[in-house]
Design a protein. Sequence first.
Length: 162
Amino acid sequence: MSNEENVNKTADAAKEKAGKVFSLAMDLKEKNPKVFFGAIGGVVILLLIIIMMSGGDSNPPITSAAKNLVTGQRYVLKNPNTYEVESPIQLVAVPGAIAAFDDSEDDGKGKVESCRRIAQGTPVTIIEFQDFAGKKNAFVKVQVEDGECKGSSGWVLAIDVQ
């Protein structure tokens, strides 16, 4: 017997078995449709469980490690949470103050208050740190080292200093 004849016999046997299985399934559908559709539902649920359990990546995502900031070192202000390069970073007078509700720019105090919104990429020097909610060095007091606000200082989130 040649390989071709063996392949043909195997294919015929597979077709015959598939036909028998199909025939039994159709008989079950006619005689007891609840069991037939219940079995199909069970197979579908089993496949969904297998798909859900096998998903995911075995390698954890790569996250950037927090930079160890040092007092007296020069860094730049950069907000990692924005895609807008021109969005300024708010310097606040007290660590943890919510900058969104800080209306102090509108009361006309001149340069001091206008230097509360600093452009990203501005070089700064770290003056001191402040812990918050169990996180060490969550806020950083910085002094601006360049531009028209040179010498101004305020508090920013540590993630904004890079």
